[in-house]
Write a protein that binds this ligand. Structure first.
Ligand SMILES: [Zn+2]
Length: 277
């Protein structure tokens, strides 16, 4: 066991996949490196071999995610499940059905996810819009799906993690306010520092020391996919604890700043409690 870190260490966006990846072994690696809490994000339906035709088809995706969450929790790691519909699903859906129906499958899937939040089984929604170039009608449909997610978040008093195009997403705070949701409850996954949303930065992001010194609120993530078929395409489950330790030891992150990144900001954004175990 490596020396424990002085603060909680929270991965704001990680996937653990016992079928296609290393599963609990990857979570163990996170813990051994000093990780204490993680936001477990549901994977796209295709990772489960599901081709959804209605919102209810996401149930096995969410149940699968929650079952992994229980396994990780038993290891003594704090787990916060984030459920939703990956924005890229719309492209796959629109290949096999018309766009209006694809949009409905997406919004219904989010309704199902919101049910888990209402019952206290998950803590945040995942939504967004394609991070790649899409035809204008697909972008418009995706923005309607995102608006739906923001309304569901307001109704359930929860946060939304969004996966979207690179860049600030400058229009999203306005969309959130229109939905009645405070923009401080919208997290940009794989963020760049300029976003007006709450940035979740990849652990190796070079702007972390500067942002920490400025006292800017942000979180750290690995975006570990846990897929054995793509071992080189991602950084490992240890990356958030590893980079945190490195920055602390180099004096580039004060203990106070680390506490802000790993406990204060996620607690405030998601409405959860994060303490040292
Ligand atoms: Zn991800």
């Amino acid at each position: 066991m490596t020396r424990p870190l002085p603060t909680p260490v929270t991965d704001d966006h990680i996937h653990i996949d016992p079928v296609n990846g290393r599963g609990l072994e990857a979570a163990k690696e996170f813990q051994r490196a000093g990780g204490t809490h993680l936001f477990l994000v549901s994977k796209p339906s295709w990772s489960f071999g599901i081709a959804p035709a209605k919102g209810g088809d996401f149930v096995p995706v969410f149940e699968g995610t929650l079952s992994i969450a229980r396994g990780i929790r038993e290891m003594g790691i704090g787990v916060f499940p984030v459920l939703g519909v990956h924005p890229a699903e719309i492209t796959r859906l629109a290949e096999v059905m018309d766009l209006a129906r694809a949009e409905r499958v997406m919004t219904e899937g989010l309704d199902v996810a919101a049910g888990y939040i209402a019952r206290g089984e998950a803590i945040a929604l995942k939504s967004g819009r394609p991070h790649y170039e899409v035809p204008p009608e697909v972008l418009a449909a995706s923005n309607r799906v995102l608006r739906h997610a923001l309304v569901l978040a307001r109704e359930n008093n929860c946060a939304v993690q969004i996966h979207a195009e690179g860049g600030p997403c400058a229009d999203v705070p306005g969309m959130a306010r229109e939905a009645g949701l405070a923009p401080g409850r919208v997290v940009k996954h794989f963020a760049t520092p300029g976003t007006p949303l709450v940035p979740s930065l990849i652990a190796r992001h070079e702007a972390i020391p500067a942002l920490a010194r400025e006292g800017r609120p942000f979180m750290m993530e690995s975006d570990y996919m846990d897929e054995n078929s793509r071992p080189g395409s991602v950084i490992g489950p240890k990356s958030v604890p590893r980079f945190t330790r490195r920055l602390l030891e180099a004096g580039e992150l004060s203990e106070e700043a680390a506490y802000r990144v790993h406990a204060e900001t996620p607690s405030r954004t998601y409405g959860v409690e994060i303490h040292l175990p």
